[in-house]
Ligand binder design. Structure first.
Ligand code: AMP
Length: 429
């Protein structure tokens, strides 16, 4: 099989590593890829927004499967353009990817179909949004309607903070057009989990749950980032909870999309709050999480490629294997550039990646790296996702941090508590 992977971050490195292990795959290309992906795939000088270039490459090289990693090209309609050329694509069309592209769309779809989520209202007028905040009371959350690189949800402890968030989105337009419409919603209390399900349009199966660590500092302090680490599985999402999430959230959401002419072919990411009343949706995404994909790929003990291909061809998906809620545990620790999530320098030399990768169960996934004169250097805010798999979570955590300690670049920083929360939950359950 010939496979083309679109993307060049840590998530795509994990996908490339897993896809390359499949005995079904003879050729793997990545566009644009990164220095880590280059170990498993041939990296192409094509950007993710070059739909014509990607379609031309895939058709002229008889690509059997295109896997699209990130949300931006999906929301922009890359899957539609490739399918129109007769290609088999893993990733939803634009009319289904709108579940991530517009929070107003996804909240209204949930409200219409009784899918559990926070109480909300959508506003295009700042004064009306402020009035609704007073009706709801603090704490509350103000969200930009459109994509804002994970920074468009502002949790407000007071009404003054809510007023400032509305000004930031709607008056000062700090998120551009994405903030012209806002969703104001009730604050939910509980543990968060990222839940992933595969949908081929004709069938759906659960994949796994993971927990992301969004803030930059330990104990969930500091500003939000694109994700400082993740672990999987999540003790709170056992087989019973997984069945409930599928029944109450994933299946009705996919049926609702299909009912409005947008059957979903790809991975549906439900960001959940596990509240006292049950699981509720925080947000939907139209792709794998980054960094959640890294530990999920590390612990997945079946071939990913037949599942991706079945999704792309709209076929029936096989029943989930037991690893989805049990089996091995994996942890991914993000190493970030100095200053991230604020301004950061690039071009810092990275050492120790090879030593770290030699440790048992360890994979070092590249996110923001580049090769310069034969040296590996930093090229982004989140630089590496150091991932370890083991029979149990404490061992996976210990291995991941042992690997992190092998790696060095000037000013690097990382959280030291990835997965710690799950240790307490595992002991309680
Ligand atoms: P989102 O971009 O919608 O995933 O939101 C980013 C983060 O903000 C989530 O991971 C939560 O930690 C927090 N958040 C968003 N919406 C809510 C909510 N309604 N209640 C509590 N926390 C929320």
């Amino acid at each position: 099989m010939k496979v083309l992977l679109v993307g060049g971050g840590g998530r795509e490195h994990a996908l490339a590593w897993k896809i390359a292990q499949s005995p079904l795959v003879e050729h793997l290309w990545a566009a644009p890829g990164n220095p880590g992906i280059a170990k498993h795939a041939r990296c192409l000088d094509l950007t993710m927004d070059d739909a014509e270039g990607l379609a031309g490459f895939a058709t002229s090289h008889d690509v059997d499967l295109v896997v699209i990693g990130p949300e931006v090209p999906l929301v922009a309609g890359l899957a539609d353009r490739l399918r129109a050329r007769g290609l088999a694509v893993f990733g939803p069309d634009a009319r289904a990817a709108v579940i991530e592209g517009s929070k107003a769309f996804s909240k209204e779809l949930m409200a219409r179909h009784g899918i559990p989520t926070a109480r909300f209202a959508t506003h295009t007028d700042a004064a009306a949004a402020r009035r609704f905040c007073r009706e709801l009371g603090a704490p509350l959350v103000v969200k930009t309607d459109g994509l804002a690189a994970g920074k468009g949800a502002i949790v407000c402890a007071t009404l003054e903070e809510a007023d400032a968030a509305i000004a930031q989105c709607m008056e000062r337009r700090e998120f551009g057009a994405a903030g012209a419409t806002v969703v104001v919603e009730e604050f939910m209390v509980g543990e968060e989990a990222s839940f992933f399900a595969l949908s081929s349009g004709s069938s759906v199966v659960p994949l796994a749950a993971a927990q992301d660590h969004k803030t930059v500092f330990d104990d969930d302090r500091g500003p939000n980032t694109g994700g400082m680490g993740a672990y999987s599985p999540v003790p709170l999402v056992d087989a019973e909870m997984q069945a409930r999430i599928m029944r109450e959230i994933v299946e009705p959401t996919l049926a609702a999309l299909a009912g409005q002419g947008a059957p979903y072919q790809g991975v549906l990411y439900a960001g959940l709050m596990l509240t006292k009343e049950g699981p509720k949706v925080v947000e939907f995404n139209c792709r794998f999480g980054d960094p959640e994909c890294q530990p999920i790929m590390a612990r997945m003990d079946e071939d990913l490629v037949p599942l991706l291909a079945a999704v792309a061809h709209g076929e029936r998906l096989p029943a989930p294997r037991p690893w989805t809620t049990g089996g091995r545990a994996a942890v991914c620790v993000t190493i970030a550039s100095p200053g991230y999530p604020g301004k950061y320098p690039t071009g810092l030399e990275i050492t120790g990646v090879v030593d770290a990768s030699l440790l048992p169960g360890v994979q070092v996934f590249h996110a923001g790296t580049a090769r310069r004169d034969g040296r590996l250097v930093t090229a982004g805010g989140r630089v590496l996702g150091v991932t370890a798999v083991a029979d149990d979570l404490p061992t996976a955590i210990a291995r991941a941090y042992e690997a992190v300690r092998c790696i060095h670049f000037e000013g690097m920083h990382y959280r030291t508590d990835i997965g710690r929360k799950a240790l307490g939950e595992a002991r309680r359950s």
